[in-house]
Design a protein around this ligand. Structure first.
Ligand SMILES: Cc1cc2nc3c(=O)[nH]c(=O)nc-3n(C[C@H](O)[C@H](O)[C@H](O)COP(=O)(O)O)c2cc1C
Length: 232
């Protein structure tokens, strides 16, 4: 919450005569409106310093639709490493992109996803590797999103990760994902890269990463993501 003493949040009636004309109800209404506005402002520049005033909104997008997905587990682990934030998982169980369907109107779930991305301070994406590429579900979601204005990805801090059965941990899927996202101009972290190889053995029954070093790498990536958010 932004302190009420912040000059941009305080109501300053221009002069006493004007202030006297404002009814109490109207003043209360204005006060309420300004406090709502303040609550939506997350970053303030005070005396040249940047202050993040609220919990960050972190959005997770898993490229796998299956319930016990290692990539979904990985996102939850990443959110834990990120620390205090408002975390939500996106739903990318969307209809297959089809320009005829688009002509009937953008599906509600696409609109929801678009709004979540716009509202997010940072986004984490975990993609499985299907036949050396990102999942079709994730690509489909990106295709739908590319049809909704305003383009939601521009300037968004994004961290990419992957978990895969193979020994390369989904690196090819990650690079395909980076490639097809370049056109949307997000701020995708370059390092560190998180690839979980042999995913079947990397998580315990509760979906937690078993290797402490991997958790530490993930924490480093989340610190880098927070630093990217703080850069504004
Ligand atoms: C259609 C299909 C293709 C796959 N291709 C690859 C692959 O190219 N490389 C790889 O490491 N694993 C591959 N796998 C295995 C996945 O890495 C594994 O199923 C993984 O658990 C999927 O991610 P999830 O747990 O998040 O659903 C493939 C699996 C499927 C179903």
């Amino acid at each position: 919450m932004i302190p009420r003493t912040d000059p941009r949040v305080n109501i300053q009636a221009p002069n006493a005569a004007f202030a006297a004309k404002l009814s109490t109800t109207y003043r209360e209404f204005l006060d309420c409106m300004l406090r709502c506005l303040a609550d939506t402002l997350r970053v303030l520049h005070i005396n040249g310093e940047r202050h993040v005033t609220q919990k960050l909104n972190l959005l997770g997008i898993s490229g796998s639709l299956r319930a016990a997905s290692y990539n979904t587990y990985l996102l939850h682990e990443a959110a834990r490493c990120f620390g205090d934030c408002t975390f939500e998982m996106a739903n990318i169980r969307l209809p297959l992109f089809d320009e005829d369907l688009e002509a009937e109107g953008i599906p509600a779930d696409v609109i929801t996803l678009h709004s979540q991305i716009l509202a997010a301070d940072a986004i984490i994406i975990a993609t499985p590797e299907y036949n050396k590429n990102l999942s079709g579900s994730l690509k489909n979601a990106l295709d739908w999103l590319s049809r909704v204005k305003p383009q939601p990805w521009a300037g968004k801090p994004v961290a990419i990760m992957s978990a895969a059965a193979g020994g390369t941990g989904g690196v090819r899927a990650q690079y395909s994902l980076r490639h097809c996202m370049t056109t949307f101009n997000p701020r995708i972290l370059q390092a560190p890269e998180i690839m979980i190889a042999g995913a079947g053995k990397a998580f315990d029954d509760d979906g937690r990463l078993v290797d402490a070093r991997t958790v530490s790498f993930l924490a480093t990536q989340m610190d880098a993501l927070k630093a990217e958010v703080a850069r504004g």
